[in-house]
Design a protein around this ligand. Sequence first.
Ligand code: UT7
Length: 330
Amino acid sequence: MYASFRSIGAYVPENVLTNADLEKMVDTSDEWIVQRTGIHERRIASDEETTSDMAVKAAKLAIERSGISKEEIDLIVCATISPDYFNMPSTAAIIGDKLDIRNVAAFDISAACTGFIYVLNIAKAFIESGMKKNVLIIGAEKMSAITDFTDRTTCILFGDGAGAAIISATDKKEDAIIDVHMSADGGYADFLMTPNGGTGNPHMSEVGGEAGCFIKMRGNETFKLAVRTLTSDVEKILKKNNITSEDIKFFVPHQANYRIIHAVGKALDMNNDKVVLTVGKYGNTSGASIPMAINDIYESGRLKHGDIMLLDAFGGGLTWGSALVPFAGK
Ligand code: UT7
């Protein structure tokens, strides 16, 4: 059996936070944000809206578009660093409850912005081993809940949203997910982290109390490492599978920063019209950004059955990964 990418869905909250809004909150400017990141605005969930609420809306669309019934789903895996509850229960279990999918394994994974590539590979492995047939994978984030809106170096970057996909078993080789790479190096853990609240610093003394539960990032160093690592990782996956940039219909990178995307796209000789960009309107939605971007090309009617997508991502951990995925939906 092969694993196929059968459908996609996404959801974004209604509330828009513009660069002009941020100018009133911290010492920044629309010009600086656009020039350094490509971001114009991002969506912010309401106080009542949780990560699982957004995930459920994305998942319902993905299930509907897959043509399978929710009773056929036999595993739920959610990538998130902004779960409904930090220790338990898992957001995946809550999503299962809200979708009324019961007695099915459900768990979260923590791989930050690379999360969707990790859950994609987990689904692929479960299906290829014959253990599962239809896996609901999700990337969902309420980044606004772990962002310090007094820190101009991070609060201009992040947004909220969710994306979901159904990965299904198939005997059609042409629909099979071609390859997924995932990697990590914990030696760079302090490049991107939420220092307080876990067992590493349970008393919240390290970085002044609650503020230490928010994202801290060594932005410029992360930026440079991201460009280098992503370029070489993507070159490797293309070479290993004997695929060239010309065979790729859509390059769907994690939407962290327009400049990272542009630098990697250029190094890969990727035509601009193949590069999917949503960072301008949604900002960085961490593990949700790739499925949200895939949904964008699906809903605009550009993504067709058989189109090969190249995915890549880089984030906290540090983690990174890439994937070669033909779209197997309608
Ligand atoms: O998604 C997971 C992976 N994440 C990433 O890959 C993000 C990687 N990093 C980035 O995207 C970029 O590093 C940033 C957009 C975060 C920052 O851009 P940069 O070009 O690396 O700027 P910088 O951090 O080197 O800062 C340059 C200057 C500094 O001022 P001085 O020291 O030169 O006087 C900052 O204090 O810009 C200042 N600055 C700001 N100015 C206006 C930092 N943030 C802001 C701001 N508005 N919001």
